[in-house]
Design a binder for this molecule. Structure first.
Ligand SMILES: O=CN(O)C[C@@H](CC1CCCC1)C(=O)N1NCCC[C@H]1C(=O)Nc1ccccn1
Ligand code: NI
Length: 186
């Protein structure tokens, strides 16, 4: 089970590397890695278990964040209503954003990262809508459209696979300046 001690922190070079493409069929360890990453998100989004294991609740986790420089990330968009189903819950392998909106989107609260222990204030401008191509754990290719929060999460995770951290996108001189036309959401 992945615990906070297993999460690599900013400063570890693995977070700044271009991750390697994953080959299929998945090795035993890649299958376990995928399961462990998704389990982390599930456990961390359960208030009792989150507290029990001392986790920071997360909606995404990329392999470099557990020290594995491979193109794999788990995404689990939180359920809206109690006991509902996650709108998007998927381990995405070799993900590529193949097209995106001109319109930008950003979280009004800014972003954080399980691998960054300090708060870095500021808006993180991203694409509001993306067309994402990825492979599932069986190697099947998928092409899906995402917008708003799910799109933001996937962009944050895909950045990790290219050695990019959220604060790389914050305007140092004017962290809360954002192009008008940017869709802001909670
Ligand atoms: O690469 C992946 N990461 O670094 C985990 C990040 C990923 C998200 C940050 C912004 C977009 C994707 C993450 O989830 N967080 N960032 C740090 C602490 C908070 C936490 C979070 O937003 N938690 C959350 C939110 C809603 C409901 C439940 N939990
Ligand atoms: Ni992160």
């Amino acid at each position: 089970m992945i615990l906070m001690k297993d999460i690599t922190r900013d400063g570890d070079p693995v977070l700044r590397k271009e991750a390697a493409k994953v080959t299929f069929p998945l090795s035993e360890e890649d299958q376990k890695l995928a399961a462990d990453m998704m389990e982390y998100l599930e456990v961390s989004q359960n208030p009792e278990l989150c507290k029990k294991y001392g986790l920071r609740a997360g909606v995404g986790l990329a392999a470099p964040q557990v020290g594995v420089s491979e193109m794999m990330a788990a995404v689990m968009v939180p359920v809206e209503e109690e006991g509902g189903k996650s709108p998007f819950k998927q381990v995405i392998v070799n993900p590529v954003i193949i097209s995106h909106s001109v319109q930008a989107g950003a979280l009004t609260e800014g972003e954080g990262c399980l691998s960054v222990d300090t708060e870095v204030p500021g808006y993180v401008p991203r694409h509001d809508r993306i067309t994402l191509r990825y492979q599932d754990l069986q190697g099947e290719l998928h092409k899906i459209r995402l917008k708003n929060y799910p799109a933001i999460i996937c962009q944050h995770e895909i950045d990790h696979l290219h050695g990019i951290l959220f604060y790389d996108h914050i305007n140092k001189d004017a962290p809360f300046e954002i192009d008008d036309g940017t869709i802001m959401f909670d």
